[in-house]
Write a protein that binds this ligand. Structure first.
Ligand code: NAD
Length: 327
């Protein structure tokens, strides 16, 4: 493909992706599957890598999420809420490990966590009391959804210690709650939610907190953004500490120090994850040592010290769908 052709394809992809971003993040009404979306994004990423002079700052590859919805008070994230880079094969995981070791100057330990398929939320506690819940929005500015967050039973209104901190986690709707919700909507002749993520996003962005309260949402906290006290030196220990403060932490996290073991661990969850009571769309691998995380830093959109592995089932679905679309 020459530069002029690439330019044309890039423009088409950007328009298409921007349309789907708005449907997904702003309107909670996706028109394509995540795998199909990821395929568009990967194509754009590849073309921009091939023709770096065609990269623009407003490209969807440089931005996180979507604009906040009108109707909610806006929240400025003092620590930005970023996205994650993706990997789709063991070789891409090895490549990630190679980059990390190069930057870190040696071997590192990895925390491996399930990637919960919900939406990112930020929770702020002051002197141990929950004072704010927010969506990610575009990463810099989100929506204040405190009244809805307060209806989630697994989110403590008070921590076990009077600490001020901000954590990020994934709000999700358990599979059974999702099925029941859609059955009830079908009986009432209302439109169905596409998946539990979509249902959770729709529920948390209801202006009436009674609706959110009926939806049986839950949260898993997966990272600490800031705290007014000393914190553990490793991410996995931080999670344990947050759990001891009363925050809901996913129990399946494990720490491994060899990328081949990480890959085996990812594969061991490939089909097992379907038995979990909540939806997952991959596995998130993070450098465990916080000092090394700081040294590695961030790109415009995601940390260099973490990556999301997306399972092959979703990729197969994309290939099948694109075959169906082209015949
Ligand atoms: P992402 O889903 O690829 O990964 C980042 C997110 O993972 C984080 O923001 C966090 O919310 C979540 N996460 C879950 N468990 C986590 C854990 N243990 N640790 C850290 N993070 C964890 O990126 P994204 O920016 O949230 O969304 C992009 C994805 O959304 C795309 O890859 C696509 O699948 C989907 N999408 C779909 C459409 C569509 O039209 N179908 C449109 C836009 C985006």
């Amino acid at each position: 493909m020459d530069k002029a052709q690439a330019q044309q394809r890039i423009e088409t992809l950007r328009k298409e992706i921007s349309y789907h971003n708005r449907q997904y993040y702003v309107l909670d009404d996706p028109k394509i599957t995540d795998a199909e979306y990821d395929a568009l994004m990967r194509e754009l990423n590849k073309l921009e890598e091939q023709f770096p002079e065609l990269v623009t700052e407003d490209s969807p590859t440089r931005r996180v999420g979507g604009a906040p919805v009108e109707g909610f008070t806006k929240v400025v994230h003092e620590v930005p809420m970023l996205s994650l880079g993706n990997a789709y094969s063991p070789d891409e995981m090895r490549e990630f490990d190679r980059r990390v070791r190069e930057l870190a100057g040696g071997k590192v330990r990895y925390a491996c966590e399930l990637k919960i398929d919900g939406l990112a939320v930020s929770l702020r506690y002051e002197n141990g009391v929950l004072i704010q819940g927010a969506t990610r929005g575009d990463g810099e500015i989100g929506e204040d959804i405190t009244t809805n967050i307060r209806t989630i039973h697994t989110v403590p209104l008070r921590l076990t210690e009077p600490i001020s901190l901000e954590v990020r986690g994934e709000a999700y709707m358990p599979k059974r709650a999702f099925e029941r919700l859609n059955q009830a909507r079908e009986l009432r002749g209302e439109p169905l939610f596409a998946n539990p993520r979509n249902a959770a996003a729709g529920s948390l962005r209801q202006l009436d907190p009674k609706v959110a309260a009926q939806r049986r949402l839950s949260v898993f906290v997966y990272t600490l953004a800031r705290a007014d006290t000393g914190t553990p030196p490793a991410h996995s220990e931080t999670l344990q500490w947050l759990g001891a403060l009363g925050l809901p932490i996913n129990p399946e996290t494990t720490v491994l120090d060899d990328i081949e073991d990480v890959i085996d661990y990812i594969m061991s969850w490939q089909s097992k994850r379907h038995d979990l009571p909540y939806a997952t769309d991959g596995m998130v691998i993070k450098v465990d040592d916080i000092d090394i995380q700081k040294r590695l830093g961030f790109t415009a959109k995601s940390p260099r010290w973490a990556i999301a592995y997306k399972y092959a089932a979703e990729q197969a679905q994309t290939q099948l769908r694109s075959i169906m679309l082209t015949v």
